[in-house]
Design a binder for this molecule. Structure first.
Ligand code: ADP
Ligand code: MG
Length: 610
């Protein structure tokens, strides 16, 4: 047999490598800006067109490259940052693999202009799909400028895979924040389609955070600083009262390199135990300095996870450092946010006047009459609950759902008739402002009110989105809301959908929107709160990309609008929720798949009295 193994041409090898390093326009921005930082630039400008799909240009005033280096920089494994294997363990630069430029040049058209301080004339190189198209002397300032055009032009599958411009630009902003936060000594400008998105002047670390995340951040920041033999910690953590319902201001860096570290995130969350409002995450901007020998960063090129030699010790040190900073600022656990509103005991002071509680009695009240009345009018109803319980024994959830809904669609009529004369009111009881309880013949049924309401709204929103019928809108005073660039781009991305759900939102540009109207069933929440929660739910949605965008929006809005766990419900409201829940196609589970209904069987209740 003849030999069949061949070496791949460099251009193909580079294209394969590019798949790992360059996933989207944001990866190009990251690699090129990191190179500028490594080249000791103190001013870096980024020009983006169409979220990087048309142009990514990075201009720096760093060291520049000689003619030979400029040519060599596009070769794979060409780097000026390490020379021998040992260097790998002492890395202080952002890049070191020498793969980025080779990868970018393999999948785009690149123009490089560069000049070092000690020459008058620079070098210009044009390269496309790893092929040098042109190399010539050029007059250019000291430093380097890269223009990357037509990204993925020769990898159609990749190009097709790119998301909407807003999403891709979001990724660019994320990378931009990660780099700019650790380099406040460098001036950065970011332009998108010729308009300036960020101009970050040279400053200290605190000022840099404020310049990126807004003036409000200033009062929020507490310094954190600790030095130990294993690790030094330095940066800022946020005050609990500024904690937000969504991720976006949580940053860990290791030796000034961004890292993701869910394990250490827990150390922080743990240190905030009992002082955070429910469901919120504090901001943090923390740099860990460690001997590069004790960490492993030489992993997958795009991976941001980093391993420490002694993870547990780092956890403990960070946890203690956060606690200490909070303590120094007198932020200690004092409020129990889980406390139930209705059971709160107001503190008594010396001057509080103590009055005897008044009791109102209805002398004509006859409890037996009430019970009889409700029992009679609800005979059908009770029979239906019973059938409902039977269906719970069924293992097949789909069948279960179908049974429930057919069964309860009959129930709705009964209930709505009854609601007029209020006669079944005794059948519902609210427990802990969280569950609706109702007896059924075979036991006691508990319904989680928030999840039930989420399911109801979700199905309603899905219907609206699919039929493109808009629902009643509530007019209110125009409410202008300023958002961060990321929040803004998310809202603009889903603007059509949320407007068709009953919002009336106008894009003011410059990270600002005006809310002129909201869907009728947003539960009287403030527009700012709804938008905040909507963003939180949308960003944290577990719905994966394969699922329709519409579902994700409907779910996020349903969660944001639904009644909460601290809402007292009257009988009529409880009944409405139950009616509407069982009119849903899947009443058993919330849109995110959580159980809505639970039944305690009479048997179990009786057993507990044995
Ligand atoms: P790495 O950053 O891992 O070394 P790259 O492919 O990103 O690999 O870059 C290759 C080399 O090109 C760098 O090591 C550096 O010497 C040079 N280089 C790249 N960008 C710049 C720049 N903006 N200014 C000066 N030199 C640069
Ligand atoms: Mg690099």
């Amino acid at each position: 047999m003849t030999d069949i193994i061949q070496l791949l041409p460099d251009s193909v090898a580079n294209q394969i490598a590019a798949g790992e390093v360059i996933q989207r326009p944001a990866s190009v921005v990251k690699e090129l800006v990191e190179n500028s930082v490594d080249a000791q630039a103190n001013s870096i400008t980024i020009n983006i067109k169409d979220a990087g799909k048309t142009l990514i240009q990075i201009i720096d005033n760093g060291n520049g490259m000689s003619e030979t280096d400029a040519r060599l920089s596009f070769e794979r494994h060409s780097t000026s940052k390490i020379r021998k294997a040992e260097d790998l363990f002492a890395i202080r630069t952002m890049g070191f693999r020498g793969e980025a430029l080779a990868s970018i040049a393999a999948i785009a058209s690149v123009e490089l202009k560069t000049k070092t301080y000690n020459t008058d004339i620079g070098t210009c190189i044009n390269i496309e799909a790893s092929e040098i198209k042109n190399q010539a002397p050029v007059s250019t300032p000291t430093g380097t400028s890269f223009s990357v055009k037509n990204l993925f032009f020769n990898v159609p599958a990749r190009r097709k895979f790119l998301k909407k411009n807003v999403t891709e630009f979001n990724h660019i902003i994320n990378e931009f924040q990660r780099i700019t936060l650790t380099h406040p000594e460098i001036e950065f400008r970011l332009f998108h389609n010729n308009s300036e998105v960020f101009h970050l002047i040279k400053s200290n670390k605190r000022q840099r955070i404020i310049n990126i995340f807004g003036k409000k951040t200033n009062q929020n920041l507490i310094t954190i600083q600790t030095e130990t033999s294993i690790i030094n910690i330095d940066g800022f953590i946020g005050k609990p009262e500024y904690a937000k319902k969504r991720f976006g201001e949580q940053f860990f860096f290791i030796n000034n390199r961004f890292m993701r570290n869910p394990y250490l995130h827990k150390a922080i969350m743990n240190a905030y135990t009992d002082i955070l409002p429910h469901d919120t995450i504090p901001s943090y901007f923390i740099n860990l300095e460690a001997d590069p020998n004790t960490i492993d960063i030489n992993i997958h090129p795009t991976k941001t996870e980093i391993k420490f030699e002694d993870q547990q010790a780092v956890w403990q040190i960070l946890h203690a450092a956060v606690k200490q900073s909070l303590g120094k600022n007198n932020i200690v656990p004092s409020i129990d946010f889980n406390q139930e509103k209705n059971f709160s005991i107001s503190s008594l002071t010396k001057d509080t006047e103590i009055r005897q509680p008044s009791i109102e009695i209805n002398p004509r009240y006859n409890p037996f009459e009430e019970v009889k009345k409700s029992f009679n009018t609800n005979k059908d109803n009770i029979n239906n609950w019973e059938k409902l319980y039977d269906s719970f024994e069924n293992e097949n959830p789909e069948k279960e759902d179908r049974q429930l809904s057919t069964l309860l669609s009959t129930n709705i009529n009964i209930n709505s008739k009854n609601s007029e004369n209020n006669s079944i009111s005794n059948n519902f009881f609210q427990f802990k402002n969280k569950y609706i309880l109702t007896p059924i013949k075979s036991g006691l049924m508990l319904i989680n009110q928030k999840r039930a309401h989420e399911r109801i709204l979700f199905e309603k929103y899905m219907l609206t989105l699919e039929n493109e019928t808009s629902i009643t809108q509530k007019s209110l005073f125009p409410n202008t809301i300023n958002l961060t660039p990321i929040e803004y781009s998310i809202i603009i991305n889903i603007l059509d959908e949320i407007n068709s759900l009953g919002f009336e939102i106008i894009d003011n540009g410059n990270n600002s929107i005006t809310v002129n109207g909201m869907p009728a069933d947003t539960n009287n929440k403030e527009p700012k709160l709804i938008i905040d929660q909507l963003l939180f739910e949308y960003q944290n949605s577990e719905i994966d990309i394969k699922t329709k965008e519409k579902e994700k929006i409907a779910e996020a809005l349903a969660k944001a609008s639904a009644i909460g766990y601290n809402q007292t419900l009257c009988n009529k409201e409880m009944m409405e929720i139950i009616d509407m829940l069982f009119a849903c196609s899947s009443p058993n589970y919330s849109p995110s798949g959580k159980k809505i209904i639970s039944i305690i069987s009479t048997n179990d209740i009786e057993k507990s009295f044995l």
